[in-house]
Design a protein around this ligand. Sequence first.
Ligand SMILES: [Zn+2]
Length: 249
Amino acid sequence: MLKMRRIDAKQRKITEKKSDENYTPLRLRNRYYDPQSKKENNKTKKEQWENKQLHGQHPYYLKQEDIDEAASDMWLMEGRLFPETEGFIIAIQDKVINTKNYRKYILQDKTLTDDKCRICNQQQETIEHIIAGCSILASIDYIRRHDNVAKIEHKRTYLVEIAVPLTNNLQRKHTEKIQRYIELAAEIKDMWEQREVKIMAVILSTTAVIPHALHRAIQQLQIPEMIYKEMQKAVILDTCALTRKFLQH
Ligand SMILES: [Zn+2]
């Protein structure tokens, strides 16, 4: 409960700020940026988080067979993100974000007449909707996040499909992407007279959960194994940035 309040307070502080402020060099002065002390700090944070999160969905997802739990927590262990961003992505994973749905049903805010999305006005404004489901954000923000992962994954002569779905859709998305490409791969194989056309799905979740399949794809692409950390960081930064921007509306 204490931890929950801490995150709420932290998050309020964040949303009141302009998002840019979170990335200024001025913040480098903060003592948390000392890499050594930060590492220690993160270990404790991870423990506290796991203890607190027993009832949450996020730890449940991390225990699924197709998920690489250690890799999924890598961003937290490595401590290369600013504390504001760490706090914010944890709040997003825990779904303690000040969405209209959260205010109406969890905080029981009687002043809200509905919980429709403030941007598209179509669906319920939940955190899942903000980070992956809003039709208006899809045209710019989700594409940007997708492209930022693509920039990290240097393309080669493979059919590479990149996706950043919600955590609970990871497995389904993987199958979907592969299936969509099977026919195309066969066509290309004939057309270009290739011996083999490989289909690769580079997929990690909106809240940075890493499936084992991502490591396999990276291996087959023969790009540096540790590149998943860069992809994870890119996704966290974009998910946090678009959520912050959304909440400022
Ligand atoms: Zn919307």
